[in-house]
Each structure stands twice: as structure tokens, then as C-alpha cells.
Design a protein around this ligand. Structure first.
Ligand code: GLV
Ligand code: GLV
Length: 331
């Protein structure tokens, strides 16, 4: 008999079909996430779970699933999962790192260019019938990326992929991370500074940290006030890394020039979020990893982790290796 698995949303076929060869899959058919009560009900007799970042997988869910042995998250971030609770219960947790790095870095550059050169504002301007004069020396003046200083907070895989791109734009690159990366400093010609220096000197600040208790509200009033009034903030990490109320104040009062955001404090962000009324903000609905190829590769990695575990092997992208001391892989 195949082990049972609950999947909280449809994922691309390339991974889904492989999973179906090995597991009996109960797939939540709707676009919206299943409510927590539904998750608790559906995991009762499952051996494996495939959640998304929108699904809270805490101790309560795990305790409702006495047979659960592996949670194979379809995302690189896993702040929705209580990993400590999982490890204590001998439950393996895996994610999908690596494959989305370049795709997220591409999108980070897209947002940075969009806010700096006012692409979205200009698009709306034409569509609203406001383009009446052919060309004007003072139309839509923006900011150059070329030669500007970029501050990268979090120099992991994604942060360093952004640095590689920014180098092509001839940007001066500063970074801050809890881990210093001297190897990359040489390779990329980037400079390590403390966070306050980064905030004070950068023309663009981009966030590439995971959401943890230490990074929650990392960018608040104090940090926004350190930034230049001409600087832009870009976020493709997690919304809660920025204190959104402070950001709204900063944008309204001109402490910074603008922000480009793929992620929000609450997702979906309510249509009456004051951020959405501001012209100096570019927004996207958490789509930085959304390329067809990457979303398919993520699905394959979810499948590879599940299948390795089923075969009694260490899943390739295990988040909590300590769990192997609690229980060996396999159902
Ligand atoms: C998306 O935000 C991810 O963590 O994969
Ligand atoms: C995620 O892939 C990261 O480490 O930046």
C-alpha cells in the first residue's frame, strides 16, 4: 500500500505526477488555502504532508497527525512550519532551496528597475490618457541604477545572485549578514559593513533574509530614518521583515524615496492598505519565484525529497538534520 499524503494545493505536474507514483495523494482542490481546521481534519491518517508557505503547520497540526513522518514544503522559506516541534516529534522537514535563487534574483532586479525608473507609473499614465505631449525634458525623471550604491541585507544564495546581477549594472555593493563571506567579497568586489552603515550609504536597500524571530520587523522606524531620503527599499523576502506601518509613514513623510514590494505583512494584502495609494510604491503579489521552469523544478524537488525519504534515504534538502537522531528516514 502506498503511503498517504495530503497536499494543500495543486503543484506543477512534473512533480505532482512523480509524487502520485509513490503516494496516495489527497489534494486540496481550491485556490485558496485550506482553513486550519480542514488541515487538522485531513492530516489525521497521513504519512506525509506537502504544504505551502500560506499554511500554518504548528504543533497542533502535528499532534493531529500521529502517522506524519515528513513535511515537504513547496517553498524555500519555511517560517510557516514549527521546525522545532517537528524535530521533537521525529518529523522530517524539507524545502526547495537553490532552484529558485536566480529567478528570485531576476525579479528583485525587475522591481528595483521598476521603482527607480517609474515603469509602472509611466504605464498607468499612458493608459489613463494622460500622455498629451510627445516628449518632454522633465517627464518621469527617475534614478540610475548604474553607479548607484546597493545595500544587500542577507548574503545567502539569493542575496549573492542579486550581487552578481548588480555588478553588471556597475553598482557599488555593500552587504550585511550575520555571516561574513570573505570568499564572495573578493569574487564579487563587495564590501561588508554593519547594518547602520549600509542603511546610511545605500541608494537601494534589498532584503534577502529568512523570517525568524531575529529578523521580524528588522526594518522599522529607526532603520528607515537612517536611510537617505533619495533611497529605495526592495523586498522579495518576507513581508514581516519590515514594520509595514513604519514604512507607510516613511513613504508618506519622505524619509525614503520609494519601495518595491513583492511581500506584505499580511497576504493577500487588503485592498485598502494605504501603501497602495502611494505612487512611489511598486507592488507584486508574492511572485518572485514564479517562472514556469522554476515552479516546476520546485515541484520536482518536493517529489525528490519525499521519494528519498520513502526509500529510507536522507532527503536531499532536509531542513532539520537533527531529526535523524530521533528517527531514521522511512515510513
Ligand atoms: C517563496 O516565498 C519561497 O519561500 O519559496
Ligand atoms: C535562499 O535560497 C537563500 O539562501 O538565499
Amino acid at each position: 500500500m502506498k503511503p498517504k499524503l495530503f497536499m494543500t494545493r495543486e503543484i506543477p505536474e512534473r512533480g505532482l505526477n512523480k509524487i502520485k507514483e509513490h503516494f496516495e495523494v489527497d489534494l486540496w482542490p481550491e485556490e485558496a488555502p485550506p482553513p486550519k481546521e480542514v488541515i487538522i481534519e485531513r492530516v489525521k491518517d497521513v504519512d506525509a504532508l506537502v504544504p505551502l508557505l500560506t499554511d500554518p503547520i504548528d504543533a497542533e497540526v502535528m499532534d493531529a497527525a500521529p502517522r506524519l513522518r515528513i513535511i515537504s514544503q513547496y517553498a524555500v522559506g519555511y517560517d510557516n512550519i514549527d521546525v522545532k516541534a517537528a524535530t521533537e516529534r521525529g518529523i522530517y522537514v524539507t524545502n526547495t532551496p537553490g532552484v529558485l535563487t536566480e529567478t528570485v534574483a531576476d525579479f528583485t532586479m525587475a522591481l528595483m528597475m521598476a521603482i527607480a525608473r517609474r515603469v509602472v507609473e509611466a504605464d498607468k499614465y499612458i493608459r489613463q490618457g494622460k500622455w498629451k505631449v510627445g516628449w518632454h525634458p522633465l517627464y518621469f525623471l527617475g534614478t540610475d541604477l548604474y553607479g548607484a550604491t546597493l545595500g544587500i541585507i542577507g548574503l545567502g544564495r539569493i542575496g549573492s545572485a542579486v550581487a552578481r546581477r548588480a555588478k553588471g549594472f556597475n553598482m557599488r555593493i555593500l552587504y550585511y549578514d550575520v555571516f561574513r563571506r570573505e570568499d564572495l567579497e573578493k569574487e564579487l568586489g563587495i564590501k561588508y559593513v554593519d547594518m547602520d552603515t549600509l542603511l546610511r550609504e545605500s541608494d537601494f536597500v534589498t532584503l534577502h533574509v529568512p523570517l525568524t524571530p531575529e529578523t521580524k520587523d528588522l526594518i522599522g522606524e529607526r532603520e528607515l530614518k537612517l536611510m537617505k531620503p533619495t533611497a529605495y527599499l526592495v523586498n522579495t523576502s518576507r513581508g514581516k521583515v519590515i514594520d509595514e506601518k513604519a514604512l507607510i509613514k516613511a513613504l508618506k513623510e519622505g524619509w525614503i524615496a520609494g519601495a518595491a514590494l513583492d511581500v506584505f505583512y499580511k497576504e493577500p494584502t487588503p485592498p485598502d492598505n494605504p501603501l497602495l495609494e502611494l505612487d512611489n510604491v511598486v507592488v507584486a503579489p508574492h511572485i518572485a519565484s514564479a517562472s514556469l521552469e522554476t515552479r516546476s523544478r520546485m515541484a520536482e524537488i518536493v517529489a525528490e525529497n519525499l521519494i528519498a525519504f520513502k526509500e529510507g534515504k536522507k532527503p536531499p534538502t532536509l531542513v532539520n538534520p537533527d531529526v535523524m537522531k530521533v528517527r531514521p528516514p522511512g515510513f
